[in-house]
Design a protein around this ligand. Structure first.
Ligand code: NAD
Ligand code: ZN
Ligand code: ZN
Length: 345
């Protein structure tokens, strides 16, 4: 089968032919219908060899939707032909976090060397994907696989971040979304459907600001030295009740902190290496700073229920599998509006 692999540190991904996997006991083989391209892959492909936590080659892709093609022995909870989305942060299934569906925070993943598909285990940008356990699948029924695949990360990750901030997002409140890309443009929609907050989007690209407005941002402003002052003006000096940074680099976390007010939820989702100093007097009183990772199995079901209700739609740009390396290049160059999705068949 064809697969898109990161094969050598520092080199671009390549389309290769590898054997089609065979499901072992308890496993499920999917024929992949759509797989999203996330900026985290670019971060992984920028790491020096000593910081990579898994061996190469790696088949990329941690946002996948497919049709069940083959069942390993003992699998009875899904059937051949089912259209399913893949929950990516695979845990052990047994620890206290996994027991409540938070496999993204599995207590034993490192010890057991459990990796998400595309981030250590073979990923979804391939004709077929092996899934370790049917509990990592959510049936999607008649949802469009192309717009649904990104919801498994670009939907789930902002959903988790927004959900925990909802108690702060009362009528009259403001939420700031920094970075209106794959995750950010979904975050704006989630904020609009789940809260009465005014949503202010920040980005460095006019195209992304236009996308932010089109998916529901009340204001979309350039992310520069004046941005935090503008947010303060728009909030009557008070600052935003929640700030979501989908870039997470030094300049954006600085803006995020400067947009914050008393008791703000400041959520750093982007992995751009920035950090916010926390201490008495460095931030307004009781700002809560968190850096979450992905979301729970239950939250993925909730995100897909929102999709069934028509409440979120991902803006996608599709590529055939042979052009997946181009999709990564376009994402790297800031040329993707919304999410790039690979169609392996
Ligand atoms: P993306 O490339 O689709 O979007 C990034 C957006 O940020 C783009 O619109 C870009 O124009 C904008 N941007 C860049 N610099 C900016 C700046 N200085 N100010 C404002 N906007 C700026 O990326 P994505 O796939 O949406 O991922 C976003 C980030 O989230 C990445 O760092 C990714 O690795 C990370 N991520 C984290 C998790 C997690 O669980 N914490 C999960 C998925 C992705
Ligand atoms: Zn991702
Ligand atoms: Zn676990």
């Amino acid at each position: 089968m064809k697969a898109v692999q990161y094969r050598r540190v520092g080199q671009a991904p390549e389309v290769v032919r590898i054997p089609k996997p065979v499901p072992g006991p308890g496993q499920v083989l999917l024929k992949v219908t759509a797989a999203g391209v996330c900026h985290s892959d670019i971060a992984v492909m920028s790491l020096p060899a000593e910081q990579l936590r898994f061996p190469l080659p790696l088949t990329l892709g941690h946002e996948g939707v497919g049709v069940v093609a083959e069942l390993g022995d003992g699998v009875s909870t899904v059937a051949v032909g089912d259209s399913v989305a893949v929950y990516g942060p695979w845990g052990c299934g047994l620890c206290a976090e996994c027991a409540v569906g938070k496999e993204n925070y599995c207590l034993r993943a490192a010890e057991l060397e459990l990796f998400p598909p595309g981030l250590g285990a073979p990923g979804a940008i391939a004709e077929y994907l092996l899934v370790d356990d049917p509990r990592h699948l959510v049936p999607i029924g008649d949802l469009d696989p192309v717009t649904t695949a990104p919801l498994t990360d670009a939907g789930l990750t902002p959903y988790h971040a927004v959900k925990r901030a909802l108690p702060k997002l009362v009528p009259g409140s403001t939420a700031v979304v920094i970075g209106a890309g794959g995750l950010g443009h979904v975050a704006i929609q989630l904020l609009r459907v789940l809260s009465p907050a005014r949503v202010i989007a920040l980005d460095v690209s006019e195209d992304k600001l236009a996308l932010a407005r089109s998916v529901g941002a009340h204001d979309a402003i350039r992310s520069d030295d004046a941005a935090a002052g503008r947010v303060r003006e728009l909030t009557g000096g008070r600052g935003a009740e929640a700030v979501f940074d989908f870039v997470g680099a030094a300049p954006t976390v600085t803006i995020a902190a400067a947009c914050s007010g008393i008791e703000t939820e400041l959520v750093i989702v982007g992995i751009g290496g920035g950090s916010v100093p926390v201490g008495f007097g460095t931030l307004p009183y009781e700002v809560a700073v968190t850096a979450p990772y992905w979301g729970s199995r239950g939250e993925l079901i909730e995100v897909l229920d929102l999709a069934h209700a028509g409440a979120v739609s991902v803006h996608v740009e599709t590529y055939p599998i042979d052009d997946a390396p181009t999709a990564y290049q376009h994402l790297h160059d800031g040329k993707i509006n919304g999410r790039a999705v690979i169609l392996p068949h």
